[in-house]
Design a protein around this ligand. Structure first.
Ligand code: SF4
Length: 461
């Protein structure tokens, strides 16, 4: 059977990502492709990330002539986890095309796991909730529903909950990198003056309980690939595809100290003193003297931490299980070991007042991370945070693209305040680093003036 695997995250449809120009191939889709190939399916991939839009999918579909199309989203990329409306619409358009050609289709991804009915009514024959690789193989072979597979019956959604995930990650195939145009990715990274970076994962899931964080695919587990398998994959990416850097897209890298020590030893024996530089997401409370040293020696050059807020009150309200001293220590240790500390910040969480926003900026000023990424609190379905604010939701629409920064629920300040705050803090940070471009100086003062019109006491705009 010939299967066309596709996904629906189009960099071209997301103005923010199109401007950043740091695309990653769809890792989750490519692992599923590798898995299907191992089972004897003929597999082709349509890669939306570097396509112009759903019209490219139509052309690809006509040429590929598959028997079934599987929309398998990259569940390792936070952009797919955002479930953006623009990408959902793109998926619907592609589903309509599949239907028009009389083919059958399956959808696997965060958005479809949360809202199977929408995807089924848009033309999908099946939606697989949760981790999809193994269930997909069963479905393609038998075309019978099973745990986690949802379909429409007399217009109603029908299906049963997913089974437990597969914990032994060594059973998953390696990504089928040969099915995407890596030369194109390399060219984009190089044109942007950046090293050619590919994405890998070492774990699935996260055991922490931050109450706004949705985990529709991998849940609150933590499974790790054998360290030697990860090192071998890095060697292969370097030898075969001349990769120059790696982004480990795990929610939490290196939570298990024993694993991290053995990973570091494996890297040193495979690469000596010239490891492939990599960046990670990690919790601040996991950075200690020993872990920072292992990370540095194994090639970690950048660590993004979900710092969220400089106000302990807000961290506690988020169930972040993190304190400000841990953030400070982690930042210091990373810098000491030559790793760039970077902060994810979040504004607009319920109860956040002017003094909390001010505390967040003061923390940034004091600790001077290398970079910051800002988001605004967003109630994703099936999270405790969603339950908390569901009666305050004013706008039922999802965010269209990743640059949307207006709260969809009634936050402390007016909705229009937050996108301005987002841009202003970014420029303030550039100024702090002495890198505020000349062209942005006027914009900076305009933003400051606009923020003052909200007359919010306690933030020195
Ligand atoms: S630590 Fe990160 S991935 Fe884990 S629950 Fe918190 S925000 Fe989510």
């Amino acid at each position: 059977m010939k299967v066309l695997l596709a996904h629906s995250f189009y960099m071209a449809l997301d103005a923010k990502q199109a401007a950043i120009k740091e695309p990653f191939p769809p890792l989750g889709t490519l692992i599923a492709a590798g898995q299907l190939r191992q089972e004897g399916f003929e597999v082709d991939v349509f890669d939306a990330m570097v396509a112009a839009g759903p019209q490219d999918f139509k052309t690809h579909l006509a040429q590929s002539k598959p028997e079934v199309v599987v929309f398998f989203e990259d569940n390792f990329n936070w952009l797919s986890k955002m479930c953006l409306a623009e990408m959902r619409q793109a998926c619907f358009e592609m589903l309509a095309e599949v239907k028009a050609r009389g083919l059958w289709s399956v959808v696997v991804g965060s958005d479809a796991s949360d809202f199977p009915e929408l995807f089924l009514k848009a033309g999908a024959d099946y939606v697989i909730k949760g981790e999809g690789e193994w269930r997909l193989i069963e479905l393609l072979k038998s075309r019978q529903t099973g745990p986690g597979v949802f379909t429409l019956s007399d217009g109603l959604v029908f299906g049963s909950p997913p089974e437990k995930p597969v914990h032994d990650l060594s059973r998953f195939a390696l990504p089928a990198w040969d099915l995407v145009d890596l030369a194109r990715y390399r060219a984009i990274w190089h044109q942007n003056g950046r090293p050619f970076t590919l994405n890998m994962m070492t774990t699935r899931g996260c055991p922490y309980r931050c109450n706004w964080c949705a985990k529709p695919i991998h849940g609150r587990r933590y499974d790790i690939r054998p360290a030697n398998q990860v090192v071998a994959e890095m060697q292969n990416l370097k030898a075969q595809y001349a990769v120059e850097a790696i982004w480990f897209s795990d929610d939490i890298f290196g939570l298990n100290k024993k694993w991290l020590a053995s990973f570091c030893a494996g890297i040193q024996s495979a690469f000596g003193s010239d490891p492939v530089p990599y960046k990670i997401q990690i919790r601040a409370d996991l950075i200690q003297e020993e872990t920072a040293d292992w990370l540095a020696r194994s090639g970690c050059r950048e660590a993004w931490m979900g710092v969220e807020s400089g106000s302990q009150k807000i961290l506690d309200a988020m169930d972040k299980d993190l304190n400000l001293t841990q953030i400070e220590n982690a930042t210091r240790l990373l810098k000491k070991n030559g790793i760039r500390p970077c902060f994810f910040l979040q504004f607009g969480y319920p109860g956040e007042e002017a003094q909390d926003i001010h505390a967040t900026w003061q923390m940034v000023k004091r600790l001077k991370p290398e970079a910051i990424g800002i988001s605004v609190a967003y109630p994703l379905p099936n999270t405790p945070f969603f339950e908390k604010v569901k009666d305050l939701i004013e706008n039922q629409d999802h965010w269209q693209i990743s640059g949307d920064m207006q709260p969809i629920f009634k936050a402390t300040y007016p909705r229009a305040f937050y996108p301005l705050l987002y841009r202003y803090i970014h420029l303030l940070f550039c100024q702090l680093k002495g890198k505020l471009p000349l062209r942005d100086r006027l914009r900076f003062w305009q933003l400051k003036r606009s923020l003052r019109t909200f007359q919010i006491e306690g933030i020195p705009f």
